[in-house]
Design a binder for this molecule. Structure first.
Ligand SMILES: [Zn+2]
Length: 218
């Protein structure tokens, strides 16, 4: 079961990816984890990425693709995985296609979580970071906006700089420009489920599971 999960920032793909990873006992790999792990392992590509990031630059599509391929090659990818954060651009789609073909991955399933602009802005701007236990919560989802549900600290929430409304809008603009073409690209080539990511976590999970069982039973 090879799954790629894709969606706007703030739509909850990390949360869903974690749930699916547990449910199907498949590895959840995010581009963030891939970067961290390859840098830590000190592979050739990992060191190259480290150098780029130390300069404050973005890791190129080619390098990121190399890291994704290296990570998949080093695990039991035939058993399954859920990939989160790649591909994000058309260039990365082409790279992903050649990785699939090199590794013999023939039926990847794409889950795309859509959300309307307003609810994403709402969700992201309600996100808070607990400065005691470092948990990230959403004020919409917790019973008391002053108490951390994880560690019980009172008044410990801080807003992350990149969650303020201007930054959120900018990230969404970038998403629209660069990633909507990605959805179209994959819809032409692969099996894709475009789902509403705005509903409750449970509802979204249920919807994803239905689509997965439909696809993998066919
Ligand atoms: Zn806390």
């Amino acid at each position: 079961m090879q799954i790629i999960i894709f969606g706007a920032p703030g739509v909850g793909k990390g949360t869903q990816a974690k749930i699916l990873s547990q449910k199907y006992n498949i590895k959840h790999i995010s581009t963030g984890d891939i970067l961290r792990e390859s840098v830590a392992r000190g592979t050739e590509l990992g060191l190259a990425a480290k150098e780029v990031m130390n300069r404050g630059d973005l890791v190129s599509d080619t390098l990121m693709g190399g890291l994704v391929k290296e990570t998949l090659s080093n695990m039991d990818y035939k058993k399954g995985f859920i990939l989160d954060g790649f591909p994000r651009t058309i260039e990365q789609c082409n790279i992903m296609d050649s990785i699939f073909s090199d590794l013999g991955i023939t039926n990847p399933f794409f889950i795309i979580l859509e959300a309307d602009f307003e609810s994403i802005v709402n969700r992201l701007t309600q996100r808070r970071f607990c400065n005691k236990c470092e948990t990230i919560v959403n004020l919409n989802d917790i019973p008391d906006a002053n108490i951390c549900p994880n560690c019980g600290a009172i008044g410990s929430f801080i807003e992350r700089k990149d969650d303020n409304i201007e930054v959120v809008k900018k990230r969404l603009d970038i998403f629209e420009e660069t990633t909507l073409p990605v959805i179209n690209y994959y819809q032409k080539k692969y099996k894709v489920a475009v789902l509403n990511g705005t509903a409750s976590v449970e509802k979204v999970t249920e919807n994803i599971l239905q689509n997965i069982s439909k696809y993998f039973d066919e």
